[in-house]
Design a protein. Sequence first.
Lengths: 187, 120
Amino acid sequence: MKDTELLIQQVQKGDLNAFSSLIDQHKNLVYSLVLRMVKNSQDAEELAQDTFVKAFKSIKQFKGDSKFSTWIYKIAYFTSINHLRKNKLLSSSIELSTIESQDSSVLEELDKEDQQQYLNKALSYLKPIDRTLISLFYLEELSIKEIEEITLFSQANIKVKLLRIRKQLNGILQKLLKHETQGILKS
Amino acid sequence: MEKDSFKEFINKDFQQEVPSFDFTQDVMQKIELASENKTLIEPLIPKKAWWIIGAFYSFLLLFPFLISMQENTILFLEQINFGGFDYQHIKENLQLIFNIIFVFAALTLGDILLKSRKWA
């Protein structure tokens, strides 16, 4: 972490090589977040790059009140939101959302190998912002406070949303598995 | 909020997507390009040059007036009422003040330009 702070200070003094190191440190996280939001690898690559360019332009404003990763996540989040809004994709996905979910996790019934595949599939049905919240909390293991800083949702709102999305995800998984089972039975 | 059993399934083993191999290089190129564009936007005529041009045109406009002032200096000074504000001579008073300000502005500008290394 001290390395990151040192690099930031060097970038603020105009060292471009230091920023290159900062990109290397954070590119996977930023790219993953953006990809989960936009669901298109080409767009994600472009938006992740734009995120770093924006970060470079405003790095002098970074005072270190929050972690650098949180700060750059925020830029990535809003860059992606703007992209989705421009392309009218902000509330896309979820055709399976009408499904009533059950409390028990469907994933428990799956083999470990299948879990990732089904989760990926299920996540793609979520709305971009919901997908991001789930990713930030469960995959990147950020705290509710950090997610609040990134998304600007209130902590209470985030907790409620996460519970709702979890139920929704469970419902989507059930539906997906049902389709799969029916497909196998038909063939 | 507790992460409970759900966390066991969605965890760090979950495959993390990676950007292209040239990602860092591409970003650095974009940054360099942005800096170059920033330089190009810089105006061809700097602000100081605009000041000189402005001063020059002001001088051109005021030149005939200054010449006529010089011819009538003695007469003009006699006309000015230094004893107090005289509405009848307001025009002459304003002209004098304007000339003094102009001379001071020109001297200050000249001083700034001489001190400025960039300009030199």
